[in-house]
Design a protein. Structure first.
Length: 438
């Protein structure tokens, strides 16, 4: 892909109605991007069906939800959950009696991990076991789901799976240096990706973040054929990240968080959508903006791209509601600190020579540098200190707004999608939000 393909206009069409079925392919935990789609599906009167990733027992064996867990998960979703464990990735899989990838890396230490080597033949056997387990579970899910989607109805499959970092102590220490470290504590992301540990993580990212989208598309082929034969339509969506256009120097320019370790897996996700599209399957990856979530908080500086959304709200509407959002952001700053001063820091950050060098779409995802860490983490720390409390930040307000805006954009665009990969940048999100709050 040579350049981002932005969705510029707020979509108006909607083919989904009561009796149609919305399928969440990924378990719903807390608040996140998926909530926006679920809210739209519920407003359209669709039947909501979810899945579970399952849980691990004391021996790390994968199991279905208990009756109590299932009831809580269904209450959280607001729909029925098919209780077949669909845990993605292979970090805890292995042929019987042999070590899992997590076992193989559990002995790595902060001193040894860059030289430690893995048994790639064993890793490949583990991957094969994990993939087959997942595909077998997808088949069971689809067999149950088939009876829940009536002929003549439409189906919306929303893929939400992402991640894949094995749970080992050494990685937390490494991550703290790569994503939070400055000066003597800085570590290059290239050091991780060049190691056997990094290569394993990238493999698992591919399985969790990208390949599961292919397994969903393939596994639902029979349902798709039946529905389309009887006049129904089927749509697939997935959440991507590949940088975002934000307002820099008065115009929307692409920029990105660096170093985004899952970048190659997100591009693989895009390629899967493109291949499906070429076969006549309406699958679309929506590349969404940077936001703050529980999982993204380890990436210090990822939130800096959020602040220019405030300017986009005024540029794309500038009504009373937009001013209310500015005031809400002012209210969480310390006395003597101004929102204008904060936004000037962001402008200076984006205009810096260091950050300008990382606005290279063709080279994405780029590794980090010590110079980048100093500028990005330093700016993040300075802005956080401008707030009254770390528990109430401007970025909390703006993250919620992005979530609110992306749901209807994805839902309605998917009725008649323009292509397999689209960017939801600050301009169209601001347009959507202003439209919703007239």
């Amino acid at each position: 892909m040579q350049a981002p393909i932005p969705l510029r206009d707020v979509p108006q069409s909607n083919i989904f109605r009561k009796g149609d079925v919305f399928v969440l392919f990924g378990e719903l935990f807390g608040r996140g991007y998926a909530n926006g789609l679920i809210n739209e599906a519920r407003a359209a009167g669709m039947t909501i069906v979810g899945i579970t990733v399952g849980r691990r027992d004391e021996n790390n064996a994968l199991r279905a939800l208990t009756a109590e867990e299932l009831a809580a998960a269904e209450a959280n979703l607001g729909g029925r959950i098919i209780n077949v464990p669909l845990m993605a990735g292979f970090d805890l899989d292995a042929p019987a009696g042999t070590p899992t990838p997590t076992d193989l890396i559990s002995g790595m230490t902060l001193k040894s991990w860059q030289e430690d080597k893995l048994d790639w033949a064993q890793i490949e056997k583990c991957r094969a076991v994990g993939v087959q387990r997942f595909k077998d579970s997808v088949a069971k899910v689809m067999a149950e789901l088939d009876g829940m989607i009536p002929d003549g109805s439409n189906a919306f499959f929303a893929h939400t799976m992402a991640g894949g970092i094995p749970k080992v102590k050494v990685f937390l220490a490494i991550a703290n240096r790569i994503y939070k470290g400055r000066g003597e504590r800085f570590m290059s992301s290239s050091a991780l990706l060049d190691s056997d540990l990094g290569k394993l993580i990238l493999m698992n990212f591919d399985e969790v973040t990208a390949n599961t989208f292919q397994y969903l598309i393939d596994g639902s082929a029979a349902i798709r054929a039946r529905l389309e034969k009887n006049g129904g339509q089927v749509r697939y969506t997935a959440y991507g990240y590949h940088g975002t256009e934000i307002l820099i120097d008065g115009r929307y320019q692409w920029q990105t968080y660096t170093s985004y370790t899952q970048g190659k897996a997100k591009m693989r996700l895009e390629h899967i959508a493109e291949a499906a599209w070429a076969q006549g399957i309406k699958a679309t990856v929506y590349n969404c903006p940077e936001i703050r979530t529980n999982s993204s908080d380890i990436f210090v500086g990822v939130e800096l791209s959020l602040f220019p959304l405030l300017k986009a709200l005024k540029k794309e509407g500038d009504g009373a509601w937009a001013e209310t959002q500015w005031q809400a952001c002012r209210d969480v700053l310390q006395e003597g600190q101004t929102l204008e001063g904060l936004l000037q820091k962001i402008d200076d950050y984006n205009d810096s020579e260091v950050m300008t060098r990382f606005r290279n779409f063709a080279a994405w995802p780029m590794p980090n540098t010590a110079e980048l860490a100093d500028v990005m983490i330093g700016t993040s720390d300075e802005i956080t200190k401008m707030h009254k409390s770390r528990d109430a930040l401007v970025t909390d307000i703006l993250s919620a707004l992005v979530l609110e805006g992306t749901g209807p954009l994805m839902f309605r665009e998917s009725s008649d999608p323009a292509g397999p990969v689209l960017w939801l940048n600050h301009d169209v999100i601001a347009k959507q939000l202003n439209m919703m709050h007239r």
